[in-house]
Design a protein around this ligand. Structure first.
Ligand code: ADP
Ligand code: MG
Length: 385
């Protein structure tokens, strides 16, 4: 049997650790931050920045892109720029962070037996040996600052404590100011703070499109599948989840021997990433709702991410006829759809004027949902009989 063409041709570009060359939809934020850094550095001054935002709002990507761009433009100048990226999540103490910082200036100490100030001295020697402007990125910094850190103070006052030229970037989901001492707080005034809003659906589509173009074989995916993923991730504005879902769906497609990523693969991947529709949710549905869901699952099975509502209504009418049930009025059909939307089972997409709106279902593989609903309806009529 011939191998179907691969879909994931550059999987590493979907890894959370991969830094994309360009960040879409963050040009403004990146531009502002970059300008402030450049202006300060041109005067020989450090610049400190606190970046906050929800999970997957692009904080890590933004600060790493920023520092890498500054490194590049500082190349060959009097004081080259270097970044030291440290994720504090698992190393939330001044000493453990300091050990990583020592690595970044190419000195090392055994990890026991030295006090913070001794480590600072060694750090200073390392900085002296290679004069440079160091941008220290402390990611997931909440755990560190909640522990009465001295390091934040020392790094944000590097000139006064004669540490050399150091800019400090703090990254966290929440505002860290309440946890900082007054002196450190003054380093993070309003022009030193950047808060990233969650991505909306269009932004997620753009991010997915850019990343799919890098990671997937051209022609192996339709914009429709990317829009479907964006719709699923939009309530949290989380680009990380959106990209995980993209990678997951591409794997499902490959595992099934498909040579293209289809909406059905997205639904399957989603089912394995987050707990979705439960039996009990299904138990609570009315017969009307079950019928419409079944028609929807059948209309979607193996095909698109959404169906026009008029087509769904026609398929539903055919299904009722097949089941020997009475026809449903247009009003009841719409009310049922609205109920399903309220229960979070379907998404209704408004369409342009004159067009029929579209109905989407992202919760489960349509084939699986169809089986579930058929079982439920079957049981229901068996009980009645
Ligand atoms: N504006 C963007 N353009 C392209 N990719 C992005 C953008 N924002 C985030 N990403 C990608 O989304 C994922 C999550 O972003 P990340 O920076 O880790 O979020 P956070 O640190 O806020 O949780 C990463 O793979 C990142 O490369
Ligand atoms: Mg992060």
């Amino acid at each position: 049997m011939p191998n179907p063409a691969r879909i994931l041709v550059k999987e590493e570009t979907l890894d959370p650790a991969y830094l994309p060359p360009k960040l879409v939809r963050r040009e403004t934020e990146l531009g502002v931050a970059s300008k402030r850094f450049r202006e300060a550095l041109a005067k020989g001054l450090p610049y400190h920045l606190m970046v906050t935002g929800g999970i997957g709002s692009g904080k890590t990507a933004l600060v790493r892109r920023l520092a890498s761009d500054l490194e590049r433009s500082g190349r060959g100048t009097e004081l080259p720029v270097r970044q030291a990226y440290i994720n504090c999540w698992r190393r939330a103490s001044d000493r453990t962070v300091m050990l990583d910082l020592l690595h970044s200036v190419e000195v090392s100490l055994p990890d026991r037996g030295y006090s913070l100030s001794e480590m600072m001295d060694v750090f200073e020697q390392g900085l002296r040996r290679h004069p440079q402007h160091l941008i220290v990125l402390l990611d997931e910094a909440a755990a560190l600052v909640k522990q009465e850190t001295k390091l934040v103070y020392l790094l944000s006052r590097s000139r006064e404590v004669r540490l050399g030229s150091i800019s400090l970037v703090l990254v966290a989901a929440q505002d860290l100011l309440p946890y900082l001492d007054a002196a450190s707080r003054s380093s993070f005034g309003v022009t030193h703070r950047l808060s990233l809003a969650p991505y909306d659906r269009e932004a997620l589509v753009e991010i997915l499109t850019a990343r799919a173009a890098l990671a997937l074989r051209p022609g192996s995916f339709e914009p429709e599948s990317l829009e479907q993923i964006a719709r699923i991730a939009a309530p949290n504005g989380d680009a990380r989840f959106a990209l995980e879902l993209l990678a997951g769906a591409a794997h499902v497609a490959e595992d099934l021997g498909s040579d293209a990523l289809l909406p059905e693969h997205v639904r399957r991947a989603k089912g394995s990433l987050v707990p979705t529709l439960s039996e009990s949710q299904l138990e609570a549905l009315s017969t009307n709702e079950l019928g419409v869901l079944l028609a929807l699952s059948r209309s979607l099975k193996g095909k698109g991410a959404a169906v026009p509502s008029q087509k769904l209504r026609a398929n539903h009418a055919a299904l009722l006829e097949e089941l020997g049930s009475a026809a449903m009025s247009r009003t009841t059909f719409w009310r049922t759809l609205k109920e399903l939307e309220r229960d979070g089972l379907v998404t209704l997409e408004a369409a342009g004027s004159g067009e029929s709106s579209r109905v989407a279902m992202d919760e489960l593989p349509a084939s699986y949902l169809a089986t579930l609903v058929e079982e439920r309806l079957g049981r229901g009529s068996a009980r009645k009989a």
